[in-house]
Ligand binder design. Structure first.
Ligand code: NDP
Length: 243
């Protein structure tokens, strides 16, 4: 039996890409899943697949930029499954563009989803985990949390912020049996680039994404971090395609 059997895991941004692949893999390992995103029809289709394969899942519409919605999905996990063993703060957006294009609404959206969304996950989950005396945050950053590239200044800034916040959380939860993992994927197959409105950035990403890893590669790394014994903290994982 899997070490994750009967664990309760909340995943944000589970309607596509890495979140969806992670939900499918964890469900096959006996995890009780609580999955959120804005597109309910995608979540419901995923849940229907998981349930028909004998898995355990509940769905809730979630906009991570709204603290109350994040708190509500954590309450749902508690009421349906009694606890929250882990939160995968995965929801993210990446409308890349050069700074001079002044796509200010897109900058703000990245800040709101990628930074505030993660903070809302922490704000909602940390009190619960402290009360339980254990828990695990897995925050999805990016290789862009380590290195900036043209058209990605704001996206990378949000991921640098996720890295800083995650590091701070780890330092502040020492001795509390709360584990904190920063997981940074390189280019991965998903819908992430679909929101790019800048033509040059879109063309560049098309080429760049040719080497993309399947989303299951990131899902397996999430499982690795979750599966470790309670005295083992997987602090940072960077996963890149071989080139
Ligand atoms: P996808 O676009 O496929 O998935 C992003 C998910 O985030 C979707 O489920 C989307 O669902 C959700 N989401 C977006 N905005 C919100 C919101 N406001 N509230 C709740 N959910 C939201 O891309 P990926 O799977 O690639 O992205 C997952 C994470 O991985 C992101 O944090 C991304 O930055 C990171 N990443 C991805 C890389 C890649 O190359 N794919 C590389 C490095 C990092 P919905 O629209 O239904 O709300």
């Amino acid at each position: 039996m899997s070490a994750l059997n009967e664990k309760v895991v909340v995943i944000t941004g589970a309607s596509s890409g890495i979140g969806e692949a992670t939900a499918r893999l964890l469900a096959s390992m006996g995890v009780h899943l609580v999955i959120g995103a804005r597109r309910m029809e995608r979540l419901e289709a995923l849940a229907s697949d998981i349930l028909s394969d004998g898995g355990s899942v509940v769905v809730q519409q979630l906009d991570v930029t709204e603290l109350e919605q994040m708190q509500a999905i954590i309450r749902l996990a508690q009421s349906r499954f009694g606890r929250v063993d882990a939160i995968v703060n995965n929801a993210g957006v990446m409308p890349l563009s050069p700074l001079e294009a002044l796509k200010i609404e897109e900058w703000n959206r990245m800040i709101d989803v990628n930074i505030r969304g993660v903070l809302h996950g922490i704000a909602s989950g940390l009190p619960v985990m402290k009360k339980q005396g254990c828990g695990h945050f897995i925050n999805i950053a990016s290789t862009g949390a380590y290195e900036v590239s043209p058209t990605a200044a704001v996206y990378c800034a949000t991921k640098y912020a996720v890295r800083a916040i995650t590091d701070g959380l780890r330092q502040e939860t020492v001795g509390q049996d709360i584990r904190v993992t920063l997981l940074s994927p390189g280019v991965t197959e998903s819908e992430l680039a679909d929101s790019i409105t800048d033509n040059d950035a879109r063309e560049f990403m098309k080429e760049y994404r040719r080497t993309a890893l399947p989303a299951t590669a990131i899902a397996r790394a999430i499982v690795y971090a979750l599966e470790q014994p309670e005295n083992t903290d997987v602090s940072e994982v960077v996963i890149k395609p071989m080139v």
